[in-house]
Design a protein around this ligand. Sequence first.
Ligand SMILES: [Fe+2]
Ligand SMILES: [Fe+2]
Length: 235
Amino acid sequence: MRIAATADLHFTPQRMGPLHDQLNRVRDEADVFVVAGDLTNYGRPDEMEPLLNVLVRLRVPTIVVLGNHDYESGQHADLMRMMTQEGIKVLDGSAYERDGVGFAGTKGFVGGFGRGVLTAFGEPEVKAFVRASIDEAVKLERAMSQLRTEKRVVVLHYSPIAGTVQEEAPEIYPFLGTSRLAEVVDRHGADLVIHGHAHHGKLEGRTTGGIPVHNVAITLLQQQTPSVVYRVFNV
Ligand SMILES: [Fe+2]
Ligand SMILES: [Fe+2]
């Protein structure tokens, strides 16, 4: 299966004009299109509406997770419903199988990596913050344990490893993801992890267990030579 993947469209109609032609090729180059969060800029239905028009016209099966920007207006449930009604598969701690390939997805959360992972100690505010991070790892666990396929792809918005956020300012690493997610991926096994959010991170890295992780934030892809708006992976 050929999987085209991108993230962080932060959709506004002005921004989408030039992208549109490049996205149109997805159908010829891939069997499935994955968008790993931050589809909209402020999480508003009036941003989702024109984006949906673009996505539906690609006529390729599409799988998404939401990103932090899609939560900004508190209307994420509306956005999810809008996409689901158009046949887009929205993964939120859930799994989806297509042509023998399993997809497990969730947004993920911040929290830091390795020895720097924030733990639930001290003030209730810190505990609530850490709880949100653990909850997303639990959701990923639930999604992955549902998969019965040999081939598995994990879709996240936040990064599960520090490797693909490098090139960003070190001060913000803990806000770009958490290795709690990678622990789950390594426990269950996967062929590929796709994420976004780190707009100026690094394209590729690996979990401790050796599973390939790809940052497909569109800003990062556009910086490559040649500039692209999605990458295609074979599983
Ligand atoms: Fe983003
Ligand atoms: Fe983001």
